[in-house]
Design a protein around this ligand. Sequence first.
Ligand SMILES: [Zn+2]
Ligand SMILES: [Zn+2]
Length: 277
Amino acid sequence: MTTSYPKIGGNGEANEGRVLLSQTTGFGKPAGYDPIAWQARCDLAAAYHLCNQMDLNEGICNHLTVMVPGTSDRFLCVPYGLLWDEVTASNLLMLDESGNVLEGEGEIDATAFFIHAAIHATGVVCVLHTHTPNVTALCCTEDFTLHMCHQNSLRFAGDVAYDPTFNGLVLDREEGDRLVKVMNGKRVLMHANHGVIICGDSVAEAFDDLYYLERAAEVQILAMSTGKALRIVPENVANQFLVDMKKDGGKANWAKLHFDALKRGLMRTHVGAKFCQ
Ligand SMILES: [Zn+2]
Ligand SMILES: [Zn+2]
């Protein structure tokens, strides 16, 4: 039995005359390209490399997307088939809300389109969808709650949605819209038998969450593996923690510092430094 796997973009008439950005650039921003849109490309490409470096990705699957700054209906995504250390600022696809490829060569993975387009349509800037090992392992347990047992978990207090319904590959918009409904505006969706979706106001903020959620899940699983009961942080302490986290420019500030540091780290490696090309 074969599963029909719809193709999205990359082969329709709507794509005729699109910009093949990779042909116009060797290193750095192509002449005339909008600098803010280029920065979004660099940041998203960096996130792909970082996931690869930290073993948070899986083959050529999973997807990280970001809205093109200044638009409400265009987003960037990896072309299907690239390893994540092959991603560069210039080989990311730009797609519209119907899945037409506006810039770049290749096609978007159908599941990427149906999940990410549905979430971006609600105004979310950055959507990271991965099967990171520890968060995914939690999603494969009967009660996959992220417990408030460590300060990394507290960062996500009240902002995690849980979807116990796994319907297989997301191959239509209906399933994408269902996931949006379950998320209900929360920034994290833990999806049973599948993985995680993280939403953020920037690539930096979403990546910071991806990293710390994985750490929180890792610690929880390690703690659970002792067979001892988890020690849950009292609610008043958890609430105060969230208040304190908003000081000093809050998440937008520290996530940017974290992400900038990680990008500098990429620049020091032979493969990682390709992200901004
Ligand atoms: Zn997935
Ligand atoms: Zn995805």
